[in-house]
Design a protein around this ligand. Structure first.
Ligand code: SF4
Length: 351
């Protein structure tokens, strides 16, 4: 475990947070390293993802691609396969582009400043701040959901966090507190406090290291913070999948649309949000198998699975007519597929 010393000039809140972090943080593999490749990997995996869910993915990626060169040399389909189930697949696609940028434009070494890190594909302010502070000791504060919650409660900051301009308020708050001799640990301590103590519901104020400095604890206003007014608009979307097979072979296609699951593989599809015309007749011949619902941040997917078992000759014709790809059924496990298809295949008789 890395223990970080505190500079005598560090503001008390930062001192308390770093002391608490050194004693109480969860022991996770990316906390035991300053390797920017591994920090980058962990930070991108953990965006919109819980630690328990992200950890096996992190281990799998480090195991398969131990450095930036092996990641850059991998083919995108293999990366998407390893990413399968994590969602937000654009993260994986951007990581592949980013790894190639680092190899081609930076001689395989991560740039070591916040400003330069921001030029990398898929690396936004949060990830750049995390890498710059943890790996290169640059005193740049991170601002994420945990930071919004912790700072808004400590200082009763009532700026609306759904307004993009509010980022600056929290960035400046972080800047005023950050321990410049130990910025990475400071950043991680705020996020860890948000994850373990200053939780969205029922914050554990009695166990909190900064309780004596916290305005919302003093005023009993914890649940008023952070302030967020805009609600995410959620669209209903209907997908109809048709599994066409002959008991040995199956037809699949690769998604190339910009919206969800780009580059992943799927069955023949009718999509309520697509202009592409589907062959309606073929659905009439099929047997309904299952209905499922899949929730994304901006969409609710209502998915019906149908099955059409046919003979080999017709399968080959449909492959051509529907512009699909024919593979052996057992091969489907080596293709990256969306989560609802993965779940369907688990229970499907032919898998
Ligand atoms: Fe959060 Fe309570 Fe700690 Fe304040 S005292 S930072 S509300 S856990």
């Amino acid at each position: 475990m890395k223990i970080n010393t505190i500079s005598p000039h560090t503001p008390p809140i930062a001192q308390l947070l770093i002391n608490w972090y050194n004693l109480s943080h969860r022991k996770l593999p990316w906390r035991e390293t300053n390797d920017p490749y591994k920090i980058w990997l962990s930070e991108i995996i953990l965006q919109q993802t819980r630690v328990a869910q992200g950890l096996p993915y992190y281990n799998a990626f480090v195991g398969s691609y131990p450095d930036i060169h092996s990641f850059a040399n991998a083919d995108l389909d293999s990366i998407l396969k390893l990413w399968q189930g994590l969602g937000y697949y654009s993260r994986a696609r951007n990581m592949h582009i980013c790894a190639n940028m680092i190899v081609d434009q930076y001689n395989g070494r991560f740039p070591c400043s916040y400003k330069e890190l921001l030029k990398l594909k898929g690396v936004g302010k949060y990830t750049a701040a995390a890498i710059a502070s943890i790996c290169f000791n640059e005193p740049i504060p991170v601002v994420d959901g945990n930071v919004y919650r912790v700072f808004s409660r400590i200082f009763e900051i009532s700026d609306d966090i759904s307004n993009s301009k509010t980022f600056n308020t929290f960035y400046e708050t972080g800047e005023s507190l950050i321990d410049s001799s130990n910025p990475g640990t400071f950043n991680q301590s705020v996020m860890e406090l948000g994850a373990l103590v200053c939780t969205p519901k029922n914050p554990k104020c009695n166990e909190c290291t900064v309780a004596e400095y916290c305005a919302s604890r003093k005023n009993g206003t914890q649940t008023n913070f952070p302030v967020k007014t805009k609600k995410v608009k959620v669209k209903e979307r209907h997908l109809k999948y048709l599994i066409i097979h002959d008991g040995i072979n199956i037809l699949i296609q690769q998604r190339d649309t910009k919206n969800i699951w780009k580059n992943l593989f799927e069955f023949y599809l009718e999509d309520s949000m697509s202009d592409i015309e589907t062959n309606q007749k073929i659905f009439l011949e099929a047997i309904f198998k299952r209905k499922t619902r899949h929730i994304l941040t901006h969409q609710r997917l209502n998915i019906d699975f149908f099955e059409l078992k046919t003979n080999f000759k017709r399968l080959v014709k449909l492959e051509k007519d529907l512009k699909m790809r024919r593979i052996k059924i057992e091969e489907i496990h080596s293709f990256a597929v969306p989560k609802p298809i993965e779940a369907f295949l688990k229970d499907w008789d032919y898998c």
